[in-house]
Design a protein around this ligand. Structure first.
Ligand code: NDP
Length: 452
């Protein structure tokens, strides 16, 4: 590493010694910035990297709520406002028992550069809580969301910070959060994105991350004269991103053979047809069931329970392309070796930071095309940006218009990251391309705005 980037990384290790995920995100980013830092003395002089790795503001708070038995429960809430250099903070809220400050900071850090890549004026932030929505009644989820917003509302605003969904936060949670914000502030504004269509939501927002992932992957494949149609794909997860990734892959003529959740995976060699996908959407979104039930409903489907001590079985199936859409570090060294052994040609990251540092090296070292999360899953926040624009203008755009905008944005991202890769790194190194292209815009804004 260059001594400037090394110094920044060592500072992060020293000041945040327990924040492994944040360290990992910073490390991968600095590895790319290493290639250009020599040419940017002003970035070094004005300590842009040091400022980028320190959140502008970190908010942590108590979230008390009453469960269905009348008992008081306490969770911890977070909002990390990482950078407002190019626009109001923007990024999702995650509700999952694993949530901690390290995970919040890694997600907020990634979000800054992802949002920059969309070309829309959005800064980066992320928030959430260690609340586990699994197994909770609607009333419990509502009471939690109301309590969470009762503190969060004072830190956010349509021109300050606009949260959205992430793991564990879908339409139901956004509705409860929005209702409480409106009640406390007596304002009806576009304070959250991912809202229902009846109260300010955008067409295509639920679909956007999955569709965008497939659009970007398609653009990368096209650049290599490769196709999606007729190919076999692996998808992990079975939530929002996974579902709409499968929908778009089906539409474009590919066959998806896997889905998973934290308990296990299904392998359906005949492919997850549109009809079977409708079953999954109902199972996961309405009944809040487990993916195991898919194997009980359809014949010829194998269910493999997850053993966290062993490599993830999703990545040990022969296929052409893989789309991790569950969570961070779901592809480790052994999984990457399995993917390479099984002939995978492209990995499109729907989840944030799904590959460990070692896994990323193995994949890229073996010629696998890697579409990094910052670029590949930027479709979600891009359409959130379009939702903000529609809210400001008090308008609703058609599905066709939003989908076309999303396609344009993803094609533009492909153009920018592939050009940056060729100019500063090497052809098809989209990890470097995304980091460098995202960084350039944010750092220019930071230099222009002075020491803030
Ligand atoms: P959902 O909550 O809708 O679905 C998450 C899925 O991943 C579920 O199937 C869940 O299984 C599985 N999962 C979650 N945590 C783990 C874990 N620790 N181990 C194994 N499986 C796990 O979330 P999304 O689909 O919205 O998000 C998925 C990924 O995409 C995340 O990394 C998120 O940050 C990223 N992303 C999401 C965007 C969006 O617009 N929603 C935008 C950009 C990125 P189970 O039900 O068992 O928990």
């Amino acid at each position: 590493m260059h001594d400037v980037t090394e110094r920044v990384y060592e500072h992060v290790l020293k000041t945040d010694p327990d924040q492994k995920e944040f360290q990992q995100a910073v490390y991968t980013f600095l590895q790319s910035i290493d290639k250009i830092i020599e040419e940017l003395p002003e970035v070094t002089y004005h300590k842009v990297l040091e400022r980028m790795t320190e959140p502008e503001r970190t908010i942590m708070f108590r979230v008390p709520w009453i469960d269905d038995e009348g008992r008081l429960q306490i969770n911890r809430g977070y909002r990390v406002e990482m950078s407002s250099a190019i626009g109001p903070y923007k990024g999702g809220l995650r509700l999952h028992p694993s949530v901690n400050l390290s995970i919040m900071k890694f997600l907020a850090f990634e979000q800054v550069f992802k949002n920059s890549l969309t070309g829309l004026p959005m800064g980066g932030g992320k928030g959430g809580s260690d609340f586990n929505p699994k197994g909770k009644s609607d009333a419990e989820v509502m009471r939690f969301c109301q309590s969470f917003m009762t503190e969060l509302y004072r830190h956010i605003g349509p021109d300050t910070d606009v949260p959205a969904g992430d793991i564990g936060v879908g339409g139901r949670e956004i509705g409860y959060l929005f209702g409480q914000y409106k009640r406390i502030t007596n304002t009806f504004t576009g304070i959250l994105t991912g809202k229902g269509m009846d109260f300010g939501g955008s067409n295509i927002r639920p679909e956007a991350t999955g569709y965008g992932l497939v659009y970007l992957s398609e653009a990368i494949l096209r650049g290599e004269k490769m196709e999606l149609a007729g190919k076999t794909c692996l998808v992990s997860g079975s939530g929002n991103v996974a579902q709409y990734t499968v929908e778009k892959l089906n539409e474009l003529g590919a066959k998806v053979v896997t889905l998973s959740d934290s308990s296990g995976m299904i392998y359906d060699e005949s492919g997850i047809s549109p009809e079977k996908l409708r079953y999954v959407m109902n199972l996961k979104n309405v009944k809040r069931g487990r993916i195991k039930e898919y194997a009980e409903k359809y014949s010829g489907v194998e269910y493999i329970a997850r053993n966290p001590e062993e490599p993830n079985p999703v990545w040990n199936i022969k296929a052409d392309y893989a789309f991790p859409c569950a969570t961070q570090n779901e592809i480790l060294k052994a999984d990457a070796e399995n993917l390479v052994k099984n002939g995978i040609k492209l990995v499109g990251e729907g989840a944030n930071m799904p590959c460990s540092v070692e896994a990323e090296k193995i994949l890229m070292g073996n010629g696998v095309l890697l579409a990094p999360a910052k670029a590949a899953n930027a479709g979600g926040v891009a359409v959130s940006g379009l939702e903000m624009a529609q809210n400001s203008a008090r308008m609703t755009w058609s599905r066709e218009k939003v989908d076309q905008e999303l396609r344009n944005i993803m094609n533009n991202i492909y153009k920018n990251i592939s050009e940056a890769a060729e100019k500063y790194s090497e052809k098809n190194n989209f990890v470097d391309g995304a980091n460098i292209a995202g960084f350039m815009k944010v750092s220019r804004a930071m230099l222009a705005e002075g020491y803030v």
